[in-house]
Design a protein around this ligand. Structure first.
Ligand code: HEC
Length: 126
């Protein structure tokens, strides 16, 4: 009797803790960058980053032209040349050629605000 009651109360708690773990990841990413994770997801779609990258959680972002951005928060380097830090990531998104003039990633004319939000989203990818 008690056991079956417990079984029924356990599930909502487990779901709650999953949801709050997810919020923790988003909070950390937005604190790290000062950006807005949800706006970042929308901006990634707006600029069409998914036409070259696979980006988990972004609708239509399944391309293989550029590197897969899955697990991006755990990468040590950006494009093999910059240490992976929020400021460096924002610089890269705004102007990849300022970092490496031979890179194939185009300058997408991303605004400073959008770059910050996109960086926030990319740091939720673990
Ligand atoms: C035309 C294709 C193309 C588009 C569009 C594009 N990228 Fe890239 N991106 C690349 C390529 C190619 C690289 C690898 C660059 C290098 O290593 O020099 C890259 C690298 C990156 C990296 C570093 C990945 C790593 O593994 O170190 C990030 C982050 C990134 N792009 C984000 C974005 C974002 C955000 C957008 C949209 C604003 C975007 N890219 C649009 C082609 C593209």
């Amino acid at each position: 009797m008690l056991a079956s009651r417990l079984r029924h109360t356990w599930l909502p708690f487990a779901l709650l803790s999953l949801v709050s773990a997810c919020h923790d990841v988003q909070d950390q990413a937005s604190k790290l960058t000062g950006g807005d994770v949800e706006r970042g997801n929308a901006s990634i779609r707006k600029y069409g980053c998914g036409s070259c990258h696979t980006i988990p959680g972004v609708i239509g972002a399944h391309s293989k032209v550029g590197p897969d951005l899955s697990g991006f928060a755990g990468r040590a380097y950006i494009a093999g040349v910059l240490t992976n830090s929020p400021d460096n990531l924002i610089t890269w998104i705004e102007n990849p050629q300022a970092v490496d003039d031979k890179t194939a990633m185009p300058n997408m004319a991303v605004s400073a605000r959008d770059a910050r939000d996109i960086a926030a989203y990319l740091y939720t990818l673990r």
